[in-house]
Write a protein of this length. Structure first.
Length: 390
């Protein structure tokens, strides 16, 4: 893979695609991990005499300008962390961005507005990509966490500029490739998080590689419904129940074990003051909301984790942002980290949960901020964004 250490950077204007899709609340950044991950690449580009035009997305504005999803506050945060001025322009393409990009001198940084304020980004529009490319003369890809998406600034732009992997992008690719090349067996995959819709295709690929799959969170709820269980008022995705049934059948045919929660923690609402109760999965009432996995499930999941050679984990197994509903996620984190097994944790929500629960990260073999991209990669799905850099 071509990386920036193979490039002549002196005097170049580098279009740097990052993933600064950070969690925010009222313009306040709650976790700056993804910003900090890009720092080595930013510092390397500046050190070698380049100027930088940073492009990123934030949230899901669906092609419209949403002030709460502006990257202006992210630019200010980067400026504070770097201790160096980061100029911001409130557009992606236009007269202002062209003028500011054209005046950049080596060592200067410009950040453009949220790429998703136009529909052309997610459509992978080539003309939109070309207009971004015209602002610089090389392209640096640092957004591994978005590498499963063929958006304009991820793939189409590589047709118009010499393109290189950033330092963190290459690290993610190299580390995950090394682990997947010859994974230690048994291979256990822990799938949590809220929605199965974005992960169902990936799960179909993962059962080709994994020996055991452990389910939690909203994903588990959809699979529980597919397996005939009642889950009360708990969140699930009705439109993916049939797909979940297919995954269960495919796993059985391939000899892959899929484990569901056998007991859960339920509440009548998800407020801080909610009263919780532990119930066997068969005892969930109509008014119950599943908020976490129960102690029996934790014990059941502990066995395959204990004897695993490799564990990949993506997604909390309860509503972990609420301390009352985080016991299952905390227990699994402590089980997965440490010992001699290879343990990989991925996804922004998972990392945020580790932060909130004050779990030490040094017990894991590798921590990736990539969620969907990591899952796509380990499932063996084709990733054109990676291929474009080879």
């Amino acid at each position: 893979m071509k990386n920036i250490k193979n490039a002549n950077l002196k005097g170049k204007r580098a279009i740097l695609r990052v993933d600064f899709n950070v969690p925010m609340e009222k313009a306040k950044i709650l976790d700056d991990s993804r910003i900090k991950e890009a720092l080595p690449t930013i510092e390397y580009l500046l050190e070698k005499g380049a100027s930088i035009i940073i492009v990123s997305h934030l949230g899901r504005p669906e092609g419209k300008k949403v002030s709460a999803l502006s990257l202006r506050s992210v630019a200010k945060k980067l400026e504070k962390i770097l201790g160096k001025k980061v100029d911001f322009v409130p557009e992606v393409i236009g007269a202002k961005s062209r003028a500011k990009a054209g005046k950049l001198k080596p060592g200067q940084i410009l950040m453009l507005e949220n790429l998703r304020f136009t529909p052309y980004e997610e459509l992978g529009d080539k003309e939109f990509a070309k207009k971004i490319a015209n602002l610089g003369n090389i392209f640096v890809q640092e957004a591994f966490s978005n590498a499963h998406r063929t958006h304009a600034s991820m793939l189409a732009i590589t047709k118009f500029l010499p393109s290189y992997a950033g330092l963190h992008f290459e690290e993610e690719y190299s580390e995950l490739s090394k682990i997947l090349k010859d994974p230690k067996k048994p291979f256990v995959y822990v799938a949590g998080g809220k929605k199965v819709g974005t992960k169902i295709g990936i799960l179909k690929g993962i059962i080709e590689k994994a020996d055991i799959v452990l389910l939690g969170g909203g994903i588990a709820n959809t699979f529980l419904v597919a397996d005939g269980y009642e889950i009360g008022k708990s969140f699930y995705e009705e439109e993916y129940v049939t797909d979940s049934e297919d995954v269960i059948r495919d796993a059985y045919d391939k000899g892959v074990e899929i484990l569901f929660p056998s007991d859960v923690v339920v509440a009548k609402n998800v407020s801080d003051g909610a009263r919780t109760e532990e119930k066997d999965i068969q005892q969930v009432d109509d008014g119950d909301i599943i908020v976490d996995i129960g102690p029996k499930t934790i014990s059941k999941y502990a066995q395959p984790i204990k004897f695993a050679g490799t564990v990949f984990w993506n997604g909390p197994v309860g509503i972990a942002e609420n301390q009352k509903f985080s016991n299952g996620t905390k227990a699994l984190a402590n089980l997965i980290g440490g010992d001699d097994r290879v343990s990989v944790v991925g996804g922004g929500d998972t990392i945020a949960a580790l932060e909130n629960l004050k779990i030490k990260k040094d017990g894991f073999t590798y921590i990736s901020t990539s969620g969907g991209a990591m899952m796509e990669f380990i499932s063996g799905a084709k990733m054109p964004v990676i291929d474009a850099l080879k």
